[in-house]
Ligand binder design. Structure first.
Ligand SMILES: Nc1ncnc2c1ncn2[C@@H]1O[C@H](COP(=O)(O)OP(=O)(O)OP(=O)(O)O)[C@@H](O)[C@H]1O
Length: 589
């Protein structure tokens, strides 16, 4: 019930529904007790004395009871349904909101399929339990208590004798619970790994097909499917053993009742009506024991689901606003960025960047060059405060970024990532992502600067063309240009281009960069690139190796000194240099 307690905040406002749903179900159960009494009256007071008039009254009372009971059951369903759906609605929103604010560190490990199954299957199990299962579990207790009281009031000795197998029934049900709970947890995990396999397969379909790895994928899936199937079979084997054992124990109770009760009737210590009522009442005890397995199963399933949903909701957000954090004055900010001896490691690994120290003056262009894994993207992620630095500090206009509200910090920065993500929506919506107050002229202006306008206009519906999931149907370069237009539209104080022009040809890159120069006047720009041509106009180029700055300076300076920059330059401009050497020696490109 700890899980239910933790979820309470999400249905607290509608707790009256919970109370009403329980009350209606309890009342319906109470009315159910009228049947055995009616049977007793029918036999002892109507049939045996030959009172034919009474038959009609008993039949009418039975109809009345059915109507009331059915109405109460309807109300239980009504309130339970409202409650369950309200809770599921709140939880879905809360989980989604949490997912928006969880740190990058969480997403480094998260699996999409697993998250999807938590937000769907697990939430559904919680909805069912809180809406109905919980009330039914309580009702079970009520049925046993009501039934016992009634039976005791008829013949307490017979009640005790008949109850002889009930402790065994309860023990079997509880033992079953202890086995089925871990089985269900395992089943949920198996299901989420199955969903992850499907999701990854669809996302990575190009890789799968281009490497002709379909058989490998099928085997991987079949392996996971088998794990899920084995879990299902294990759970259903548990179930199939449970029912016969319960039936056996229950029939012992019934046999004892018939034998002892029958003898008591013959000895006239019990009326026939009492025995029939007893026979009907015993199902008030045995029935719940029977259902105990089902309801416990329901409970354990939703407990496991609740734990998985709460795991998201209770996830620690390690990058969050300090209470004293302030908003940036976006209109008047300068855009000066300072990295002050920054060191950072992902988890317990070796530092990804060490002692990074530089200053980007407002409006300047800083370039980063370095091999794969040298820490270029990490520096940019730290500036966005995707992670907190381990040592040193990062300042924006003299203020530590930890003291700036994350939302405000990130809205001052526009980033074009190495991998472009497009939403399955129109090109217009992709460029104006999330911006409501933006005119078509502004969108077109940004697209023109990003050299995207021409190819957009050639598409069947122009800016209204809907791109497929993740931008399917567009080339890598086209996607990048849309992403660049998206960043330019924000008109930020700080622009980050993380290998943003890697997928476009040199000529387009040159065109886009001249566009940047126009729009980035007075804005601080960080360019990560593998091509020297992207960096040569930078005010300062930082050359990184294994997370450290190993060279810094302007293009003209760096090509003069032996070092990694000169090496890259020589490799990329080998043709040019050899031609130049033949002609005018020493001319800088
Ligand atoms: N999310 C992450 N979790 C753990 N380690 C990471 C993560 N991102 C990067 N790293 C590690 O940090 C180091 C620096 O990576 P980074 O992405 O900053 O390099 P990069 O210079 O941008 O490389 P590339 O040019 O290939 O994009 C690498 O050793 C990388 O394995």
């Amino acid at each position: 019930m700890e899980v239910l307690r933790q979820l309470r905040g999400y249905y607290q406002e509608r707790r009256t529904y919970l109370v009403l749903s329980i009350l209606c179900l309890a009342a319906a159960t109470g009315f159910g007790l009228v049947y055995p009494l009616l049977l007793r009256n029918l036999i002892d007071d109507v049939i045996r004395p030959g009172n034919y008039e009474g038959v009609l009254w008993i039949a009418l009372t039975a109809v009345g009871v059915v109507v009331i009971k059915a109405s109460l059951q309807f109300l239980h369903g009504f309130f339970g349904g409202r409650l369950g759906n309200y809770l599921a609605y709140r939880l879905r929103n809360a989980c989604y909101e949490k997912l928006q604010f969880l740190s990058f560190r969480y997403y480094d490990k998260a699996k999409t399929g697993d998250l999807m199954s938590r937000l769907t299957g697990d939430l559904e199990a919680i909805r069912n339990f809180v809406g109905f299962g919980f009330a039914q579990l309580l009702n079970l207790v009520l049925m046993v208590v009501f039934g016992m009281i009634m039976m005791m009031s008829i013949h307490w000795q017979l009640t005790l004798i008949t109850m002889i197998t009930i402790p065994f029934l309860a023990a079997v049900a509880l033992k079953f619970e202890s086995k089925i709970h871990p089985a269900f947890q395992e089943m949920r995990l198996a299901l989420s790994s199955l969903t992850t396999a499907v999701q990854e397969n669809v996302t990575g379909v190009r890789t799968v097909k281009s490497f002709a790895r379909e058989p490998y994928e099928m085997e991987k899936f079949s392996h996971r499917n088998e794990r899920y199937k084995d879990n299902q079979i294990f759970a259903s084997t548990l179930w199939s053993r449970f029912f016969p054992v319960m039936e056996l124990l229950a029939s012992i109770s019934v046999a004892v009742l018939l034998a002892v009760g029958g003898t008591l009737v013959i000895k006239e210590q019990l009326t026939l009506g009492d025995l029939v009522a007893f026979f009907s009442l015993i199902w008030f005890i045995i029935g719940p024991m029977w259902g105990l397995g089902f309801h416990i199963n329901n409970y354990t399933q939703s407990k496991a689901s609740g734990e998985r949903v709460l795991e998201i909701l209770n996830q620690k957000v390690d990058v969050k606003d300090e209470d004293s954090a302030v908003d940036l004055d976006l209109e008047n900010m300068q855009g000066k960025v300072e990295f002050d001896h920054v060191t950072f490691a992902y988890g317990n690994k070796m530092p990804a960047v060490t002692d990074i120290h530089f200053t980007a003056e407002p409006g300047s262009v800083i370039g980063f060059l370095g091999g794969t894994g040298s820490g270029k993207s990490t520096i940019i992620q730290l500036l966005m405060r995707a992670y907190n630095v381990n040592e040193g500090s990062i300042r924006l206009d003299g203020r530590d970024i930890k003291d700036i509200r994350i939302q405000s910090l990130r809205s001052a920065i526009a980033t074009v990532f190495q991998e472009t993500f497009l939403f399955s929506s129109s090109i217009r919506n992709n460029i104006a992502y999330g911006m409501t107050q933006v005119s078509m002229e502004e969108i077109i202006y940004a697209a023109k600067l990003a050299k995207a306008h021409d190819f957009i206009m050639e598409m069947p519906d122009g800016y209204d063309t809907v791109v497929g999931e993740r931008g399917m149907g567009l080339s890598g370069g086209q996607k990048q240009r849309i992403a660049i237009a998206r960043a330019l539209l924000i008109n930020p104080k700080i622009l980050i281009l993380d290998d943003a022009t890697s997928a476009v040809d040199m000529e387009t890159e040159h065109e886009i960069q001249s566009g940047f120069q126009e729009v980035m006047q007075g804005r601080t720009t960080f360019i990560i690139a593998h091509r020297i041509s992207s960096l040569r106009h930078a005010d300062e180029i930082l050359v990184l190796d294994e997370g450290r700055i190993v060279q810094r300076g302007k293009h003209e300076e760096l090509i003069q000194v032996p070092g990694p920059y000169q090496e890259v330059y020589r490799i990329q401009y080998a043709d040019h240099l050899s031609r130049n050497n033949e002609g005018n020696e020493g001319k800088v490109l």
